[in-house]
Design a protein around this ligand. Structure first.
Ligand code: ATP
Ligand code: MG
Length: 384
């Protein structure tokens, strides 16, 4: 079983993009697998095939490929010549090595090589008959314990028994690039995961108030960055000192508008860094009504400061749904570690929930924080 057959379900924007989509998928597969685990990754018609080396650790290959967006499912497979007798012999040989004995089975054949002289139903019947003859298992097309999959392609035939599900979606970077605002909380890593699943490559930006506050949130973001990198090894984490700006906002802006102005500054800085990285969108973990800053008027009053579209993939999700994804992808345990979020610094007791954009813009006119923003960007720390 030293081949992996990978299938995708969705091709971004179809048509001419199919080629780009497949190339990106191949590139992403190559980047999650250690070099010594594979000889090549190719894309014969409609699928991607990986030839593994003898050193390949199957469990590591499985873990890696599960994290490649765009894959609907994949299977470890044995390759043989496209010849009915050879397929029969290999299938029986593989099944005799199996440790369990199914009560019932079926054969499912896909023939993409139309020059192969037998059609799919005929292949299934013939291989099925050979299995019955050798093992005496019952054929059941509906309720089977084992499905023998055969794929007959023009560069050989593949035999496999198990489909491993991927997340589907689109290969990372096939939809371009965006900047994720990463807070260290539960929501933003999940927002990043969801957008990567739709084919966005990510850079990350975290605003912290170190040394006014501890560096706990920075450490958390570094750990979350490591987890999210498993889905896309490229991408950088920008750590931005935000304390000075917050102090200035605290002095100049009425208490109830503080959070809105913190967020406006964050979005503005994030957009500036994003554009320097050819990233043309921002991603946040906001969910409608979850906290006072996440009302519709407040979202409008904050996003107006950004030059780029603000994507909020969690806007319609409930907290439990977000938590369950965070647990699945392994960021939850990091996110719940205690920290001192920079937004707790000089936090208002009663934040505005229905910010009026005109009022916000009026306050913004008299707020001079340009040089502090430039200074924050200049003093950034960048991790890869
Ligand atoms: P999270 O769980 O992601 O922290 P939250 O529910 O705590 O989100 P808020 O604190 O209102 O919500 O933040 C909303 C969004 O703003 C976050 O999901 C994140 O995208 C962004 N954000 C907030 N604080 C920061 C920060 N310090 N650095 C970068 N982005 C931030
Ligand atoms: Mg938070």
């Amino acid at each position: 079983m030293n081949y992996v057959i990978c299938h995708y379900s969705e091709i971004g924007l179809k048509g001419k993009n199919r080629n780009l989509f497949e190339e990106r998928l191949v590139f992403n597969i190559e980047s999650v697998l250690p070099d010594e685990f594979f000889e090549w990754v190719k894309r014969p018609e409609g699928r991607v095939v990986v030839k593994l080396t003898d050193e390949a650790e199957k469990s590591e290959v499985e873990d890696g490929l599960r994290k490649v967006f765009g894959l609907a499912y994949f299977s470890f497979a044995k390759k043989t010549e496209s010849d009915l007798e050879k397929i029969k012999k290999e299938t029986v040989g593989l099944l005799s090595k199996k440790s369990f004995s199914p009560r019932s089975f079926r054969v499912t054949t896909k023939r993409s090589d139309k020059s192969f002289p037998h059609d799919s139903p005929e292949v299934s019947k013939k291989i099925g008959a050979a299995v019955v003859e050798n093992f005496n298992w019952e054929v059941d097309l509906e309720n089977f314990d084992l499905n023998v999959h055969l794929e007959i392609t023009d560069e050989g035939s593949y035999i496999y028994f198990k489909k491993i599900r991927g997340y589907g979606g689109l290969p990372v970077y096939s939809s371009g690039k965006a900047m994720l605002l990463l807070s260290g909380g539960i929501d933003s890593p999940v927002a990043g995961f969801k957008m990567m699943k739709r084919g966005l490559g990510l850079d990350y930006v975290h605003f912290h108030a170190y040394p006014l506050l501890s560096d706990d949130s920075i450490k958390k973001c570094e750990k979350i960055f490591e987890v999210l990198k498993n889905y896309s090894p490229e991408g950088k984490l920008f750590l931005i000192p935000f304390g000075e700006l917050q102090k200035k906002i605290k002095l100049e802006i009425p208490e109830k508008f503080r959070i809105i102005f913190y967020r406006r500054a964050m979005l503005e800085i994030a957009a500036e860094i994003a554009q320097s990285r050819s990233a043309f969108g921002l991603v946040t973990g906001e969910s409608l009504g979850q906290v006072s800053s996440q009302t519709l008027p407040n979202m409008r009053a904050t996003e107006q400061a950004a030059d780029l579209p603000v994507l909020r993939p969690l806007v319609g999700e409930n907290k439990e749904e977000i938590v369950s994804v965070a647990k699945e992808i392994g960021t939850y345990e990091i996110s719940i570690l205690p920290d001192q979020d920079c937004c707790t610094l000089f936090n208002p007791r009663r934040p505005e929930t229905k910010a009026n954009l005109e009022e916000v813009l009026e306050l913004d006119k008299n707020l001079d924080v340009e040089n502090l923003k430039e200074k924050a960007i200049k003093n950034k720390r960048v991790l890869t």
